[in-house]
Design a protein around this ligand. Structure first.
Ligand SMILES: Cc1cc2nc3c(=O)[nH]c(=O)nc-3n(C[C@H](O)[C@H](O)[C@H](O)COP(=O)(O)O)c2cc1C
Length: 169
């Protein structure tokens, strides 16, 4: 079955996931690999990747999802905050809402993605303020945890998930 891999990535994390999907699926069936574009719509199955922006998918991905009709869609994404699986679930629920009815979500995957050093510097400045210190410490802990992601385990789990979905009729 033909498929396209469409992804939006500002700092490369989601691109890594897109690349892993490409490696996991049969090359001959891939019609499009790249940023959101109408060319991708020729495929029956779409693997759509986003980076998390202000609690939902980035705007380019949202605009693309809103155009889809009658597609099988596998959503994948990265987010800076990764401590709780419920957080990923809430994000995915929000992203799904951008998809018009008549499309089918066949699967979804999210993992944490590293953030730029400037973000840590901002948290470090927050440490100076007694009222924000505790929160800043938690953010720094999360930031440091994100630095390793996406890691090999994330990529393998994603590859397994898409291979299982792609094998279905
Ligand atoms: C402007 C901006 C807003 C962000 N908002 C969120 C957010 O609301 N929640 C979150 O978990 N991560 C947020 N992040 C972190 C990114 O989603 C995360 O680093 C992601 O892996 C980036 O993916 P990319 O490398 O594919 O661009 C934000 C990053 C930026 C630059």
């Amino acid at each position: 079955m033909t498929y396209s891999i469409v992804y939006s990535s500002r700092t490369g994390n989601t691109r890594q996931l897109a690349q892993a999907i490409r490696e996991a699926l049969p090359t001959g069936e891939c019609l499009y690999f790249g940023s959101p574009d109408a060319q991708a719509l020729a495929a029956e199955r779409l693997y759509v990747g986003f980076w998390t922006d202000k609690g939902s998918c980035d705007e380019d991905t949202r605009a693309f999802l809103e155009k889809l009709e009658g597609k099988d869609v596998f959503l994948f994404g990265t987010a800076g905050f990764g401590g709780a699986p419920e957080y990923f679930q809430r994000l995915l629920d929000r992203v799904r809402q951008a998809l018009p009815g008549g499309n089918r979500v066949t699967g979804a995957f999210m993992c944490q993605g590293r953030m730029p050093a400037s973000v840590r510097e901002r948290y470090e400045r927050m440490l100076q303020s007694p009222e924000h210190k505790l929160q800043a410490e938690k953010m720094i802990e999360n930031f440091d945890q994100a630095l390793n992601h996406p890691d090999e385990d994330d990529l393998q789990r994603l590859k397994q998930a898409v291979s299982a979905v792609h094998a279905q009729p």
